[in-house]
Design a protein around this ligand. Structure first.
Ligand code: R5P
Length: 289
């Protein structure tokens, strides 16, 4: 078995190959001036392949994955597993307005036709709870970083209060907090567009407390920033945040810094300077099983 990676996620993919004891090979990608991609695969491929690439900023990555997969099949590869620690297009899980495409279903079905197995970490499943419904054509494996996040927080000096910014985050906040008996709360969020978020804190005395905001995704950072500002106004002494998938789509670092967040921590599901938790052990264990 070989593991194929791409330049943008090569350190994590290489670590995963090392943890599995398999050969790491890199897919070459050339971007033409007009935005088209050319992918070049190694010529000697085994019957079974793992392709490891995180799917943040997904549009060109999906096209490149498609070309990689089709080319590998044409070279005779029989079984292909996609390891995508961040799985894209999971948030649009219904048509909120007439005519809207349900991206989750469309992309999920497509991945199911391409791959035999898809492994991911804490996908954003809200109204649809089971990844098998999203990717019906493939075997699916859903891993959670919650245990590693709890381990990380357990190594910090003072036990914090954990805060989920919205009801969707409760599944992770509860799991992390309950393992070590940490206090936890969930706020209410109203989103009025990409950049306008309103947060209402639950009833709790945050005065002088150390709070860690836990969320699966930080994209514009507005959700975490508004939560942090509300916590500071409520008297919290220190506000940090712990994110599974640091998308950091725009000026997110600045937005979080302006909200007086002391530490921004994340897993390496997406390559970012805030990465403090490595997922290769978790992924390798699942692949070995
Ligand atoms: C949505 O429900 C997610 O859990 C995140 O809260 C959301 O995607 C964060 O987006 P942003 O950083 O743009 O506020």
């Amino acid at each position: 078995m070989q593991l194929l990676g791409f330049h943008d996620y090569r350190h994590q993919a290489q670590r995963l190959a090392d943890a599995l004891g398999v050969e790491y090979r890199q897919v070459g990608v050339h971007h033409f001036p007009d935005g088209e991609s050319k992918v070049t695969l190694p010529t000697q491929l085994d019957d079974e392949l793992i392709i490891c690439r995180s799917l943040d900023h997904p549009n060109s990555k999906l096209i490149e994955l498609y070309m990689t997969c089709v080319t590998a099949r044409r070279q005779g590869v029989k079984k292909i597993t996609l390891v995508a620690p961040y799985l894209c297009y999971m948030r649009q899980d219904k048509a909120f307005h007439p005519g809207e495409a349900v991206s989750q279903r469309i992309i999920g079905h497509w991945l199911g036709e391409l791959f035999d197995r898809v492994i991911t970490v804490d996908p954003h499943l809200h109204r649809v709870h089971d990844l098998r419904q999203v990717i019906p054509g493939a075997e699916t494996v859903v891993l959670s970083a919650a245990g590693l996040m709890a381990d990380f927080l357990a190594r910090r000096p003072n036990p914090p209060v954990l805060m989920g910014p919205d009801s969707e985050s409760e599944q992770w906040v509860r799991q992390i907090a309950e393992r070590d008996g940490l206090e936890w709360r969930v706020a209410q969020k109203q989103r009025h567009g990409d950049h306008r978020v309103e947060i209402q804190l639950p009833d709790c005395d945050f005065n002088g407390r150390v709070v860690v905001i836990v969320d699966d995704v930080a994209s514009t950072g507005r959700t975490i920033a508004q939560t942090a500002k509300a916590l500071k106004q409520a008297g919290a002494q220190t506000v940090n945040c712990l994110i599974t998938h640091p998308l950091f789509a725009e000026d997110t670092e600045q937005v979080l810094a302006n909200a007086c967040i002391t530490h921004v921590w994340s897993t390496d599901s997406i390559n970012h300077s805030s990465n403090v938790i490595q997922l290769d052990g978790l992924l390798a264990e699942a692949l070995s099983r």
